[in-house]
Each structure stands twice: as C-alpha cells, then as structure tokens.
Write a protein that binds this ligand. Structure first.
Ligand code: NAD
Length: 266
C-alpha cells in the first residue's frame, strides 16, 4: 500500500488548545507532521516542537508571533489557529490567503461581519476552515445525533440543553480570566454559547434561528459584595482555607479543578 501523505501543521498561538491538538496529532505520526509554531511565549512554541519525534524537531520552525509566521510563504498544509478570541479573524484570513487550510478555534470571529467575511474568503479561495466545535465529536452527542437522525423518537419539537460551567471555571475564565471583559474578549453568548448554538443546529438539522438572547450579571463579583478587607489576589489569603468563598486555594484539592487547571496553565 502506498504511504499516506502526512498533513503538515503550523500552530499559531500555542496555548492550551493548540498544544492539545498538536499532542493528539502526534498520536498519529503517520498522518501528521509538525512544521511550525508561533507564540510570544517561547516555552510554548518549544513545547509544540518537542511533541514532534526527536529526528524531526530540528526542522520545526519557531516564530515569535503569528505575524512573523504568516510573513513567510506557506509552511504547512494546515494552520491551527489557537490565539485568543480577539485575534482569530486576522490570522485566519491571512493564512487562507497564503494557501493554508485552517483549524480555527471558536469563536470564528468577534463580529458577524468578520465571520461572514471569513466564510466568503474560504469559499472564494477554496480553503477548508474547520471550527473547533468539539462537542460534535464526542461519543455522547454522536449517539444523540444518530438517534435523532434515525427518526426513532419522531420529530424533535423542543430541545432543552443546559451547560453547567463549574464554579471555579466560571471564576477563573469569565470573571478574572481571558473572558472577564467582553470588550477585550467576547461576551458569554459568543464565547461559550457558540458551542450550544452549534450543537443544537447540528443535532436538529435546521438552519433557521428566529432569535437568540443572552443575559446575566456579575452579582457576587463586585466591590459592593466585599464585606471584609480582601487580599489583592484570590490566592493570597492568610485565613484558614475554605473560610471565605472567594479563597482560590481551596481548588488546589479539587480533583476536577486540578485536572482542568493543568490543561490551561503551562
Ligand atoms: N473548542 C473549545 O472547546 C475551546 C475550549 C477552550 C478555549 N477555546 C478557544 O481557543 C482559543 C485559545 O484558548 P486557550 O485556552 O488555548 O488560550 P491560551 O491563552 O492558552 O492560548 C492563546 C495563546 O496565544 C498566544 N498569543 C498571543 N498573541 C499572539 C500572537 N500575536 N501571535 C501568536 N500567538 C499569540 C498566547 O501567548 C497564548 O499562548 C480561544 O479563542 C478560546 O475561546 C476553545
């Protein structure tokens, strides 16, 4: 049998997501090869390079940021774009212009206009842009899809889906973390609910959406709710762990949280 052509990969923004995808790709070294990586944090590009088999590491090109990688002619078949929400559109567009197909982290872009522009560019240039709506690939949702498509439960009229964002995930990501400010990142309806909208659309197989609403408030996370002097950072308490609900040290013993933090921190 002829040897399968390996797809070469360039990682743009080598944080938690890109490293996860690169690591997974290297579980199938006969199908994928790491060609390049870009990130302002050098250790992250080096970590991507080190996923490659030893004999191929020297050929992995490392760049200090997306712009310098994308200033080169195309270095790989596929660009994996795993930068933060506010920096998806520009590298994705440029990568397509250079001839890359793209594995693009969600959300596609910050605005509908930009998302549609990326769609049109992909069509025009005949590039494939796969958006990382990863739920579609889980056993659970694939099974649901199979059941719905088989007609076994008849026509679907209503669908209720709740996503429980863990308390520590909420505080870490959506209060003080990357998505703590919708102006510099994206609001919840885009950052998190894009997965829900995608999965509902995919499961139901209907394109039409009549309206979408999103609401919420900080409630506990304001200066008004501070009843006693608090340390500057939620890891700097001097009181016994667990006495205050905002003491982040308590999560150091939570197994689920530890697993998750291990993924999002270097
Ligand atoms: N599909 C999913 O289920 C899922 C889950 C979590 C996050 N995400 C999305 O994935 C994206 C990345 O999330 P993450 O948790 O990996 O974030 P992260 O902060 O760990 O990674 C982003 C990386 O981009 C780098 N970066 C910043 N500026 C850059 C530049 N100019 N050029 C190149 N790299 C640059 C940062 O140094 C960082 O390493 C986000 O858009 C997020 O919404 C998707």
């Amino acid at each position: 049998m002829p040897e399968q052509k390996r797809l070469s990969l360039a990682g743009i923004g080598c944080g938690s997501r890109t490293r996860t995808y690169m690591k997974l790709a290297m579980e199938q070294k006969n199908r994928y090869r790491i060609a390049a990586a870009a990130d302002p944090v050098k250790q992250r590009t080096e970590a991507v390079r080190d996923f490659a088999p030893e004999e191929e590491r020297d050929s992995v090109r490392l760049f200090k940021d997306a712009a310098s990688l994308l200033a080169e002619p195309r270095l790989a078949d596929v660009a994996i774009i795993g930068t933060q929400d506010d920096y998806h559109y520009a590298p994705c567009r440029k990568a397509m212009e250079l001839g890359y197909h793209v594995l693009l982290e969600k959300p596609i872009a910050k605005t509908l206009k930009e998302a549609l522009e990326l769609r049109d560019t992909a069509r025009l240039l005949k590039r494939r842009v796969a958006v990382c709506h990863v739920l579609r690939y889980t056993q659970f949702y694939r099974t649901l899809k199979k059941i719905i498509d088989s007609g076994e439960i008849g026509e679907v009229i209503t669908f209720n889906a709740n996503e429980g964002v863990g308390a520590w995930h909420f505080a870490h990501s959506f209060v003080r973390g990357h998505w703590g400010n919708s102006k510099t990142s994206t609001p919840m309806i885009v950052a998190k609910c894009c997965h829900d909208m995608d999965i509902l659309y995919w499961l139901m197989g209907r394109r039409k959406c009549l309206s979408v609403a999103s609401f919420g408030e900080l409630t506990f996370f304001t200066k008004k709710t501070l009843s006693s002097p608090r340390p500057e950072r939620c890891t700097e308490w001097t009181t016994p762990v667990g006495e205050d609900p905002w003491d982040a040290r308590k999560y150091a013993t939570d197994d689920e949280c530890k697993r998750w933090l291990g993924m999002v921190y270097d």
